[in-house]
Each structure stands twice: as C-alpha cells, then as structure tokens.
Design a protein around this ligand. Structure first.
Ligand code: ARG
Length: 459
C-alpha cells in the first residue's frame, strides 16, 4: 500500500524533488493543536450521526491527544513525504488505531480541514493581539497621565504648528490602537464561521451534522456554500490587512520617536534597556527597537501583497496555490506580535525631557493661530485676521523676536482698542487654555478623555 493518503490511483511513487517542492509540513506544523481539536470535534460528530461508534470516536479523540503530546515533546518525526500536518496526524492516528483511525477522514477533505485549522489559529491570534494592543493602550494612557500637563509642540508637515498637551498626544495613539482592536473584532466575525463539512468543494452525501461541529468548536455560524468555503481566503486577507494597519501605526509612531530621540530634537529619554550601542562609536545610543519596528512594517505589508497576488487569479474552488497562504499569515502575525510585545514596555519606560521641550516652546510661533482666533473672536474676518498675523510673524522674523515681543502699537493697528487683550492671548500656556472645542487639546477636554480611557481600559 502506498505511503500516500491518495496513493490508490497511482502506480509509481512520487519524485523526491516533487515531495520537497510540494511539502508544507515545515511551516504548517504549527497548526497541530488546531488540527487536533478540529478532528476531535469531527470524530464526535461522526459518532453522533452513526457513521462511527461512540467508542471509536473516543478512541480517536484520546489517540489524538496523545499525538498532540508527542508533537509537544518533539517526538514526532516530520517528513516531507507526508506533505503536511494533516497527513502527519492522520498517519500517526492510523499507526495507533488501524482501521478506526482510517475512519476519521469520513465526510471531510483536507480542503475544508485546512481552512478550519487556519480559522481556529487566526481566531486565537486575534484574541492574543487584542490583549497585546490593550496593554499598549494602557502604556500610552499611563504616559498621558504621568506627563498630563506638559505642553509640547504639535506638528504638521513636521513643522511647528500649535501647542498640545502631552496627554492629548499620547491619547492620539490610544485612539488608533482602539480602531485596530475594533477592526480585528470585526474581522473575527467572518473568521468565526465554520468551514468544516464543505468537504472537497461540493459537500458530502454522508449524513454529517455541521451544526454539531459548529457548536463544539465555538463558531458562530456554518458557512452556507461549500464551493465558496473551499476557495475562500478573504478572512486571511482581512486579518493580514488588520495586521498591516497595526504595523503602519507602529511604524509611524516609531519614526516619530526616532526623530524625537535625536540630539536635534532631544525630546525623549529612551530607556537603555531598549536601545543598543555601536561597536566603534563609544558614545552611541541607538533606537534600534524603534527602527526595526518601522522596518518590520515592510514585511507585514509585503505579506498582504503576497496574499492578494496569491488569490487574485484563482478559479473556484480549492487550488494548491492556497497552501502558500500560511507563510504570509504566520510571518505577519509573528512580526506584529513581536513589535507589540516590545512597544508597550518601551512606552512605559520612556520619559519626556520636559525642560528641553519647555525651553524651546517659544520658537516656531506655536501661538500664531491662537492670536488669529483671538482677532476673529473680536470681529476681524478670518481671512483678514490670517493675513494680519502673517504680517506680524514676518515682522518677528525680521526682528528675530517672538510675537509677544512686538510693540503694542502693532496689535492695536490690527484690532483697534483690543490690542492689549489680543496680545495677552499669546504664549503657549494661554494658547492651550484658549482651546474649547470637543476633542481638542483644551485641558478640560483632555482631562475628560483621559478619565474615559481609564474607565474603558479599567486602569
Ligand atoms: N497542505 C494543503 C494546504 O495547505 C492542504 C490541502 C491539500 N489539498 C489538496 N487537495 N491537495 O493547502
């Protein structure tokens, strides 16, 4: 009898180069736990509908547990001739139970089995990511609380724009990672639909009960169309898209902190434990963790590209190309999981260099927009106020001074009889206090948001 599960139709054996070329065991062995859980549910269902006996189902379930332990203990020998994890486990089962083991694959195909395993794996990955993202959010909220009233420059185009509270800055990232968590939660709803029972592509003539398997494996519903199931990798695309957005958020943040930790900016005191040195330049403290976080985003976005190109031209239903989905899914999850695991402690241990930041807040006209709004509030049309402040900034650049160093007469000329009050709106502290709108950096608004996040994240 052939070694292959599909050997019956074949006379010759497979070329060893083909075995090496078509195998997936080197990367899909990490699905073994999910494969076992899926097979146990399938076996118990087979017993319920009378396709095997209850005793056979329990023997299968017990043997599968033992096989799982063997894999954990590193005792299973993985060989390319057995292609993938599904075949390895089934062969091991048959090795233990003989004909009883030969019954497990009843009413099932590797096509629906592999998607079931993958969906179970992705579901666990999503739950793990949610925990990691939550921890990172907590780290940012803690920083927001610690640095609450520190005023920092806000940037657009990486040019000084308006002052913001440090808490407002940290909470901006909490919002981004909240959307990432929501996106994953939404993705999970489509991951959590049971594929098993679609069999190869058309279903089966055997009296299987998919609803029972659904319940056993904790899926929310049963996939309606077997042809769709066997070709569907939307869930993988969505999952890796979600990972790509997380990686993109992390990368932007990492880039910002790389810049902020330069001598030129000097805004941050990065923890030694999260930096590395140079083998030749003794003074160096390099932000490698942040740089790699930025760099690894490329791998994750690359994985999304990989998946899109993989599925874009596939006719229904299963095609072997789909075996290539796993490296993209696993690598992007490992990469993002790894980035998140170091991001949270790095955020927690990084401090703002408050004195350095404060000493330079007068540079860059952070209060110019507040001055313009003070003029608008006193009846100057917006465009005129914009132009007038632009002129004042130009005057400052000529005199090399701040807006508040200009003579009162210049303010009086722009806002007759309001010159002094308008001038009194200058300075970053006044600018911060002037903010009012919902969601702005106004201290009362930021304090509310901080309280809301502390409650929501149970801090
Ligand atoms: N290792 C295969 C995969 O990952 C399992 C499915 C194989 N199905 C088949 N018809 N050859 O896609």
């Amino acid at each position: 009898m052939s070694q292959k599960t599909w050997g019956g139709r074949f006379t010759g054996s497979t070329d060893s180069r083909v075995e090496a070329f078509t195998e997936s065991i080197t990367f899909d062995k990490r699905l073994f736990r999910h494969d076992i859980v899926g097979s146990q549910a399938h076996a118990r269902m087979l017993a319920e509908v009378g396709l095997i006996t209850a005793d056979e189902a329990e023997k299968i379930a017990t043997a599968l547990d033992e096989i799982g332990q063997e894999i954990v203990d590193g005792k299973m020998e993985f060989v390319t001739s057995l292609e993938d994890i599904h075949t390895h486990i089934e062969k091991a089962l048959i090795g233990r139970l003989g004909d009883i083991g030969r019954k497990l694959h009843t009413g099932r195909s590797r096509n629906d089995q592999v998607i079931t395993d993958l969906k179970l794996w992705v579901r666990d990955a999503i739950d793990e990511l949610d925990g990691l993202l939550l921890d990172l959010q907590k780290a940012f909220v803690e920083s927001a609380e610690r640095e609450h009233n520190v005023i920092i420059p806000g940037y657009t185009h990486l040019q000084r724009a308006q002052p913001v509270l440090a808490a407002h800055y940290f909470l901006a990232y909490v919002e981004k990672f909240q959307r990432d968590r929501e996106r994953l939660r939404d993705c999970r709803t489509r991951v959590n639909i049971l594929p098993l029972g679609a069999a190869a592509l058309a279903g089966t003539s055997l009296p299987i009960n998919r609803e029972s398997v659904r319940e056993k494996l904790g899926f929310d519903s049963v996939a309606r169309n077997s042809l769709d199931v066997s070709s569907d990798r939307d869930f993988a695309l969505e999952f890796v898209f979600c990972l790509s957005v997380i990686a993109t958020h992390l990368s932007g943040w990492a880039e910002e902190w790389v810049i902020w930790s330069t001598t030129e900016f000097n805004f941050l005191d990065l923890p030694d434990a999260f930096c590395t040195g140079s083998s030749i330049m003794p003074h160096k403290k390099n932000p490698d963790v942040l740089e790699l976080t930025r760099g690894k985003a490329g791998r994750v976005i690359g994985a999304l590209q990989h998946l899109f190109v993989l599925v874009k031209g596939l006719p229904l239903a299963y095609n072997r190309d789909l075996q290539e989905d796993k490296t993209a899914i696993f690598d992007s999850m490992d990469t993002v999981g790894g980035c998140l695991a170091v991001a949270a402690p790095l955020v927690r241990q990084t401090k703002l260099r408050r004195e350095v930041i404060a000493a330079r807040l007068d540079a860059g006209f952070l209060d110019a927009t507040t001055l313009m709004e003070a003029l608008i509030a006193r009846g100057v049309p917006m465009r005129s106020a914009h132009e007038a402040v632009g002129n004042l900034v130009r005057a400052c650049e000529e005199r090399k001074c701040r807006l508040r160093d200009l003579p009162n007469s210049l303010f009086e000329a722009v806002a007759p009889s309001h010159g002094a009050t308008v001038k009194a709106s200058l300075g970053v502290e006044n600018a911060i206090d002037a903010f009012k709108s919902y969601g702005s950096t106004a201290p009362t608004e930021v304090a509310k948001r901080l309280d809301e996040w502390k409650q929501k994240l149970e801090l």
